[in-house]
Design a binder for this molecule. Sequence first.
Ligand SMILES: Nc1ncnc2c1ncn2[C@@H]1O[C@H](COP(=O)(O)OP(=O)(O)OP(=O)(O)O)[C@@H](O)[C@H]1O
Length: 676
Amino acid sequence: MLRFYHCTTNLQYNLKYLINLQRNTFKTFIHNTAQSLKCTQKVPLSLCSVTKFGLFITSSSAVKLYFGRAAQCKVSRTRLTGYRSISDKDLQFDWNKLWHYLKPHINFFLAAILGALAVAILNIQIPQLMSGIVNVVARFSDTRDTVIFLKEIKLPALRLLSMYIAQSVFTAFYINMLSHLGERMAYNIKTDLFSSVLHQDIAFFDQQRTGEIINRLTSDVQDFKSSFKQVISGGLRATTQIIGCAISLIVISPQMTLVTLLCVPAVITTGSALGSLLRSTSRSAQAQIEKSTAVADEAVSNIRTVRAFAMEELELDMFEREAERALVLNERLGLGIGLFQGGANLFLNSMVLATLYMGGYLLSVNQLSPGQLMAFLMSTQTIQRSLAQISLLFGSVVRGMAAGARIFQYINLKPGMPLTGGKILPSETMRGEIEFKDVVFAYPTRPEQVILQNFNLRIPAGKTVAIVGGSGNGKSTVAALLERFYEVNKGSITLDGEDISELDPTWMRQSVLGYINQEPTLFATTIMENIRYGRPDATDTEVIEAAELANVHSFVIGFPRGYNTLVGERGTTLSGGQKQRIAIARALLKNPSVLILDEATSALDTESENIVQQALDKAREGRTALVIAHRLSTIKNAHIIVVLSKGRIVEMGTHEELKNLKAHYWSLNFQQNSGE
Ligand SMILES: Nc1ncnc2c1ncn2[C@@H]1O[C@H](COP(=O)(O)OP(=O)(O)OP(=O)(O)O)[C@@H](O)[C@H]1O
């Protein structure tokens, strides 16, 4: 009778414990779901609210989530038409790549695994030791002989205490190892990802949005790292505990184990099916988040244009629409995870009920001791806790694998044009003669639109060739091809007789070509460092010399902090002319043999243009120069002028030769008259 009393007390305790456990598990789940939905409102966590939440999920709201919001989202104004988000089927998690990042830190990995296993094994032992203590307590609850009780309880209690201490030491150890592993892998992945992005062809940036790239570098890497850590620690520990405790259960009572494990296969099958569905939803959700980031990124980085056109509301509207789509997908994901979690809980609770039912019966027919029933219940609870943990981990695995697939996709992208490798011409013999021979070119993003058709042009060493022509006729394209931003489709471009596709691109860009375009981009640092960007090893004196050559010095000395003046993001605190002159100084610091001036003064007013033009004229002296021109003033010092129409040269000659034609071309709309 007494034994039965102890047992029922224990069972009651265990039931309470289990209910609390369920509640906590649910709390964690709701918290995680709220986090994943980026939900800002606080979620009430009482059991009653949990029930409401469950009802909410399974009621009409679910229907609304799937159909209502999705339908609302169909009407939208978007800037993302043609936006290349990667479709699900293109994205596969690359396990080899994971191994590549894991291998260098295998020591931390093994240490973390061993630590987590040790914790799991200790956790498996604890119910057995607890069983010993319960049996002693049960034996002495009748006799009440304190002295003998204290003597007998001492050993099992000390064993349990040492087990608890060992468990906490190993816990601290494996978490530390895992932290090293996760952080180092994330560091390597992040740097490789950034390196891969920086090495991509310019065509890649014509297609991808900055927001998407930044998203992969930040939130995807973060998601991947945290889910990797969780899977290793939680997943490994939970799996070991499930296996260990299952063995303990069989040893304690095979009949009870059979009852509790009857429904496992059904759960595994349902879980796998739901899993694959959720993975796909997760990938779509992440791709959609990228889209909303891309909209925000463009609006913030072009805030002056947005303000000038009073487009704040429209930008907000576009952002809301993209964010809402992400919300719908994330809610769908939350619903899926919720259903999965709910099903898992039902299974786990049924297991406990079956154990209590069967255990009570075996106790009543003296086939089980109170200690054994206690150990059995504790082991079932450990299994239940572990299964609950695995079901929670499931959501994180889904997100982590989707994030990993997207990160590895960028890392695995091989650029068509490597940045380094190829011939380097000796500087002593370098003349700087450029020749375009029968060049045919179409941009990779629009292969059907041929921009240059059998384009031939020779720029003699030390001479300036100016290309003029109407807008959209391919002038800047000529400059971009010389910079090797793109490869020609046919024909060749040579430097001193060598095909530039055979030359080392980095050497060419660092030592041969100086490129200045219409919109000079400065970095958010000092004027000194912006100029030094042209040649990082240049001394301060060399920087100032280049600045003097580019007419920068005259305005910099007027600034209170001189060359240490910060220019603001993209140089917003400077005038257009000042920015342009800094860009010229930056290019001149390289002492390039060939200058490419792509409408370098067309954005300036006449006064600034004159100052910048003087700087450019000085810079051109003794160098080969390709000048893309919009204005007559830009070409007045050119040795040869080329008139370009629809990618073909229609006129070519000196100022004198083109005198009459020039007036004709500049006074009329060139595009309308070309080719006539
Ligand atoms: N990155 C790109 N991808 C696809 N097409 C492009 C790209 N850049 C330019 N184009 C197209 O190539 C054609 C030539 O453009 P390009 O910039 O060379 O003209 P341009 O003569 O320099 O014009 P402008 O004087 O207005 O700068 C245009 O039709 C343009 O739309």
